[in-house]
Write a protein that binds this ligand. Structure first.
Ligand code: NDP
Ligand code: 2IT
Length: 447
């Protein structure tokens, strides 16, 4: 059978099995065509039906999370962990707490995590988990009780050599702290069971910053390759959470001016550049909405809706909020705005139509599994430090992160040239990520 026919058949079989898993099907549809040229050179993988095997998570866990709110009412949420692939190491990937969480979203995230983790060249498999719990407007005690109940079940399924969760949307240092405390009560003080731990108890310096910094480092290396830099560039950022904040911080440090950030209600346009101290205070300390920002900053304007509908000249776009925030129409606005580089701090923020347009228009595009790999890479460095019972300095971690992002950029670039076309970094990421995982799976007997 022709490789293309095989790939189409695999896609059809999956769509028939999981017709309602829209996001998962989207992530697969973006991935599979990219690996065709690689498979054509490696027929042994097609003979062994590697694609259908890799699309099936090794294990999925779903559980009940009952918890009591401050008014004394009992509530219940769904908890999940998708243990997708352990060819390269223990399952590794974040936990997302957001009302939209379902199996489709977690399977898309877990699937992409396999190849992202492979690109880091560190010994980590792929997984993802979370809950449809909505952390907004919850008290600190409610968050704690929820985390304790969630971990009471999850603890049965994770461990430093089995599965090592971390944060994602709605899960940061506070939540990881509560989750860790509960794991410790139930099992033992095993610091390697979670990453993104607070600095006071075996977290890694630089993990909080890693995803945002990493996305900017990815672009930095891409620009350096063209004898260009961030200096003087105008940057559009979406989101105002962990990834967005540290992408803004590093972009400013490298001489750019970030003029937007957003949340799920609206966005800020700050012509003078985002005031990061104010943003951090509002989001990290006070945990308030972005509308607070304009009250305290005279150069800023607030608009409802999506930042990607904003018409303004800019050079670089860093989507750092959530999946499918940029569709074809919004991508057209980016093109009109004059954006030349899109690098994804978020996971799958661009729809297939948007990606198609980037490639058509020659926009340099770093897909999430390459551009946002810095977070999980520093998570893996946290695991190394925990195993050694040693803590590295912030400079050591940061220089390793920069090196890893450089390597990821170059791998995407070189693999694209070898198998796809020049500057198709997304294809390069898919192929290079897949190559290592597929080889390991084959060598391990396709288990
Ligand atoms: P946070 O919870 O810290 O922040 C999420 C941000 O995105 C908030 O500003 C939030 O706004 C916004 N957002 C969330 N959902 C939506 C939505 N449906 N529509 C519009 N805006 C939305 O999460 P992170 O910063 O950690 O994660 C952001 C993205 O980066 C996600 O795609 C995540 O998977 C990805 N990522 C995260 C990594 C990490 O280390 N944390 C690593 C790699 C990728 P609001 O407050 O209104 O909800
Ligand atoms: O999407 C991601 O890579 C993350 N949320 C980080 C995962 C991790 O294990 O640090």
């Amino acid at each position: 059978m022709e490789v293309r026919e095989y790939v189409e058949q695999v896609q059809k079989n999956l769509a028939a099995k999981d017709p309602n898993q829209e996001e998962f099907l989207q992530a697969v549809e973006e991935f599979l065509p990219a690996v065709i040229p690689f498979l054509e050179e490696h027929p042994e993988y097609v003979e062994k039906n590697i694609l259908e095997i890799i699309l099936e998570p090794e294990r999925m866990i779903q559980f009940r999370v009952p918890w009591q709110d401050d008014a004394g009412n009992w509530q219940v949420n769904r908890g999940y962990r998708v243990q997708f692939n352990s060819a390269l190491g223990p399952y590794k990937g974040g936990l997302r707490f957001h009302p939209s969480v379902n199996l489709s979203i977690l399977k898309f995230l877990g699937f992409e995590q396999i190849f992202k983790n492979s690109l880091t060249d560190l010994p980590i498999g792929g997984g993802k988990g979370g809950s449809d719990f909505d952390p907004k407007k919850k008290s600190d005690s409610e968050i704690m009780r929820f985390c304790q109940s969630f971990m009471t079940e999850l603890a049965k399924h994770i461990g430093p050599n089995l599965d090592v969760p971390a944060g994602d949307i709605g899960v940061g240092g506070r939540e990881i702290g509560y989750l860790f405390g509960q794991y410790k009560r139930l099992r033992e003080y095993d610091m390697g069971v979670l990453t993104g731990k607070p600095l006071g108890f075996n977290g890694s310096l630089g993990r909080t910053e890693a995803t945002g910094y990493g996305a900017v480092y990815f672009v930095k290396h891409l620009l350096e390759d063209r004898e260009d830099s961030f200096e003087g560039k105008k940057v559009l950022v979406s989101g105002s959470g962990n990834v967005a904040i540290y992408a803004i911080e590093k972009a400013h440090e490298l001489g750019a001016r970030v003029i937007t950030c957003s949340d799920s209600n609206g966005y800020i346009y700050d012509e003078e550049g985002i005031d990061l101290d104010l943003l951090k205070d509002i989001k990290e300390v006070r945990r308030e909405r972005l509308t607070e920002y304009v009250k305290e900053r005279s150069s800023a304007e607030y608009y409802e809706g999506s930042v990607w509908e904003f018409e303004i000249d800019a050079d670089i776009a860093l989507p750092c909020a959530t999946q499918n925030e940029i569709d074809g129409k919004k991508a057209e606005i980016l093109v009109k705005n004059g954006v030349k580089v899109v690098a994804e701090g978020a996971n799958m923020p661009s729809t297939m139509d948007a990606v198609k347009l980037y490639l058509e228009k020659g926009i340099l595009y770093g897909s999430g599994k390459a551009a946002n790999a810095g977070g999980v890479a520093v998570s893996a460095l946290e695991m190394s430090q925990n195993s050694q019972r040693l803590a590295w300095t912030k400079e050591e971690v940061d220089s390793k992160l920069d090196g890893i992002m450089k390597n990821i950029y170059e791998t995407c670039r070189d693999t694209a040239e070898k198998y796809a076309e020049k500057d198709n970094f997304a294809a390069g990421a898919n192929i290079a990520g897949f190559e290592k995982v597929a080889a390991a799976m084959l060598a391990q007997g396709l288990v």
